[in-house]
Design a protein around this ligand. Sequence first.
Ligand SMILES: Cc1ncc(COP(=O)(O)O)c(C=O)c1O
Length: 442
Amino acid sequence: MYGTQAINEKGHLCIGGVDTTDLAKEFGTPLYVYDTALIKDKINQFKEAFSQFEHVEWQVAYASKAFSTIAMIQLIDEQGLSLDVVSGGELYTALKAGLSPDRIHFHGNNKSVSELAMALDAKIGAVIVDNFYELDLLETMCAERNQEIAVLLRVTPGVEAHTHEFIMTGQDDSKFGFNLDDGMAERAVKQALSSPHLDLKGIHSHIGSQIFETEGFARAIKIMVGHIEAWHRNFGFQLEVLNVGGGFGIRYTDSDRPLPIKRYVETIVRTAQDEIARLNLHMPALWVEPGRSIVGEAGTTLYTSGAFKTIPGIRKYLSVDGGMSDNIRPSLYQAQYKAICANKALDSADTQMALAGKCCESGDILIKEAVLPESCSSGDLIAVFSTGAYGYSMASHYNRIPNAAVVFIEDGEAALAVRRETYDDLIRQDVALEKLSQRDSY
Ligand SMILES: Cc1ncc(COP(=O)(O)O)c(C=O)c1O
């Protein structure tokens, strides 16, 4: 169980004091359910971990790619965090949610002219510049507008971390960022420093996702600070911000053992402090960009089960009313999840079955070896845990399945944060064949 999850006397899973069977009745399924108390708790863990260090400036920017809706951004705003966006759509959502633009940073390896124009119009806090094309484009656009913008440069420190391991990759083969090893990052720093319109504030790296160790962050910081010291010595670069990205691991299944958020933060702050002091530099502000670790465990997806079949000696299949259209992660990269039968949560889970999605792909299996009660069959309510990050945000319309609704739960109250799409929503942008030749129909 996570956060405010509990099982009531009827054997039903409750989230934030609300019976999930009532949620299914009121809002339908599939349904993304967010425990907002748990989101706030995760945010507080970051704040408290940083606050124990006096004289360290820091910033936590929620990576909105994990889950971006108006209500979510407003929650982030209310909690005083900054925000990462990675597209015009995420930026638009943040601005519409009323977040102050100076708290927004814009990421991405191929920002378009119109996306950069949107960012410049809004006067966002910083652009994280990814490559020379963008560096040139941003300089040209700022010159045309006679506008200045704060930038960070994304670098690849040659450290890649995922789950329990980190590896040194040497010359990093990545579509993101300027390589440190081959001198690209140094060239970018010089170019940004010489620009009249770009105010180079610092350096950014993001070393991976679902990371359960701290050493990868420490190595990345040591490598970056080493280069920063050389740039300082050689051409006077003053680092104001060191951004080490996100990637802090969460619990999807019982075998995941994430570290407390505090451990990551302490390693980041202490390593930066030590390296900066050792090389006699000025301590920069430290920024992190957690996505999954803020919303992942707070999200649960509710499904209604339908078709059930047993292939003797092979496998049982229980199909649900959603699947890869609301959670692509299992089919995309074999992500593992845990499920329970939410209306029979006290029955012992002892029977293995594949929890299948309804999409027309044999790979649409949410959990290959789910363990559910033997009595779990058609018409039950299935809860899949830890779906809060990269579920809704990666949802598709495959098979023309409308996107599921999102509810936020707190203190026994459920509130609709995203309404369920209708079939009319699905065809809203379609143009009928007989209108294709009439230009004004666009
Ligand atoms: C640049 C950057 N920052 C932050 C994140 C958030 O990562 P996570 O959700 O694993 O914390 C990502 C994820 O891809 C990223 O690419």
